[in-house]
Write a protein that binds this ligand. Structure first.
Ligand SMILES: Cc1cc2nc3c(=O)[nH]c(=O)nc-3n(C[C@H](O)[C@H](O)[C@H](O)COP(=O)(O)OP(=O)(O)OC[C@H]3O[C@@H](n4cnc5c(N)ncnc54)[C@H](O)[C@@H]3O)c2cc1C
Length: 393
């Protein structure tokens, strides 16, 4: 196993770094480095900049308009953008549904949907979870009934991240009640502007509007929006989930946040405390270990060996690390980081900073927000079950 980068890979890294420095708007990277709220325009604006360069679909093969990068190049791109303070690419379009359309969609669907995803023009949402169907996704009840050349969709999805901005939504819908629950599910693309679609906000613990409930009331969806075969949606859904879980690990963001933690600890004086430094060191070791795990997977992929099915493992460790750095930042600020000041998440907020240090103001919000990481994308308890079955045997 060779974990060092070749001179060509180093050169590639330099090129990405220089391009990002030139093209990432400063006001966006300022927000990211300080954990301030990103607006729709920030997120989509950056997506479009990447799209123009042909890098929004950075994991795509050349035949579908992607750069055709190796796994290592993709990793270097993710690292350089994260460290420079670029927002995370909203994964639903380019990282999640696009690979499904490439693998299982027909040529017509590929021609119709992929360009809007690659350019960042079309915002996608994920319609998997329902009330009562989260971990047990195979129990989804949202019904799609075939009537001539249309499906009539009725039901409800929930926890739809940023669904308030969604143009299109990919959904798991029930098309049959015969046999095992998994065999009656289909994968349907739905225009969120269709009559009968209602999006309602859910407020999270941190006071933010990040997730939604989406209701379908006799929504007509052209049958041509079905991906692959009817009742085979479970297979396509699983293909997508492995992309989601690898993406959630987000080791590069953890590296950036580790630096933020150190900055806060130094300003607050706790960096001098040996015990606090030990905690930072433990976190750093965990981040390096996670990075090694990611590189091992990449190295195995490059040398043509089968990588372990470690998507679940990466998700578990990555999400725990995200919660840990949010906790340590709170500890570093002590009582000054306790007030929940939602407005402090907005760039340019001029209110009273706790303890006089503006870096502390968004910490409680971030801490609450990070509670989600061990739940979404498949809860960590369920991931442990999967790892126990598939990796440990
Ligand atoms: C912030 C956020 C954003 C999200 N965004 C989206 C989105 O955009 N689209 C989407 O479709 N979904 C989204 N989700 C939903 C997410 O995927 C589900 O919350 C997740 O799969 C867990 O399902 P659940 O919430 O129904 O919990 P449940 O499945 O009801 O689980 C409740 C608890 O029981 C535990 N549990 C359940 N089954 C087992 C088992 N077999 N063994 C051990 N423990 C078990 C779980 O770990 C959990 O602690 C989002 C969730 C959050 C919190």
């Amino acid at each position: 196993m060779d974990l060092s980068f070749t001179p060509e890979e180093q050169k590639f890294r330099e090129e990405v770094r220089a391009w990002v420095k030139e093209n990432l708007p400063k006001e966006i990277s300022h927000k990211v480095h300080n954990a301030l709220e990103l607006t729709r325009d920030d997120l989509q604006g950056w997506a479009k900049i990447l799209g123009k360069k042909g890098w929004l679909g950075y994991g795509w093969p050349k035949e579908f308009g992607g750069p055709g990068w190796t796994a290592i190049q993709r990793h270097l791109f993710e690292e350089e953008t994260a460290l420079a303070g670029a927002p995370r690419i909203i994964p639903f379009g380019p990282v999640m549904v696009a690979p499904v359309i490439m693998a299982f969609g027909n040529a017509e669907q590929q021609k119709r949907f992929l360009p809007g995803i690659a350019s960042g023009e079309v915002w996608w949402s994920q319609g998997y979870s329902e009330p009562g169907s989260g971990s047990d996704l195979a129990s989804v009840k949202t019904k799609a009934e075939r009537k001539g050349d249309k499906y009539i969709v009725n039901g409800q999805k929930t926890w739809t991240t940023l669904g308030q901005y969604g143009d299109w939504m990919f959904n798991l819908v029930r098309t049959s009640n015969e046999g095992k629950p998994q065999t009656g599910i289909s994968f349907l693309l739905l225009d969120m502007k269709s009559p009968g679609v209602t999006v309602r906000p859910i407020k999270l613990l941190d006071g933010g509007h990040e997730v939604n409930e989406v209701f379908f009331d006799n929504v007509e969806v052209p049958a041509e929006n079905l991906i692959g075969e009817e009742n085979k949606g479970w297979t396509y859904a699983k293909h997508l989930l492995s992309h989601e879980r690898t993406n959630i690990a987000d080791v590069n963001r953890a590296k950036r946040e580790l630096e933020r933690l150190k900055r806060i600890a130094k300003t607050e004086g706790v960096y001098e405390d040996q015990r606090f430094r030990d905690e930072i060191a433990k976190l750093e070791v965990d981040i390096v270990a996670l990075e090694m795990m990611v590189l091992r997977v990449l190295s195995a992929a490059t040398s043509g060996k089968n990588s372990l099915d470690v998507a679940g493992l990466l998700k578990i460790r990555g999400s725990e690390i995200q919660q840990r750095y949010a906790e340590l930042m709170m500890l570093a600020g002590g009582p000054y980081s306790l007030p929940l000041i939602r407005e402090a998440m907005e760039a340019g907020w001029q209110g009273n900073f706790p303890g006089g240090n503006p870096a502390l103001a968004p910490l409680t919000s971030t801490f609450f927000n990070m509670r989600k990481t061990t739940i979404y994308g498949g809860s960590n308890e369920v991931q442990r079950n999967i790892v126990a079955q598939t990796v440990l045997g």
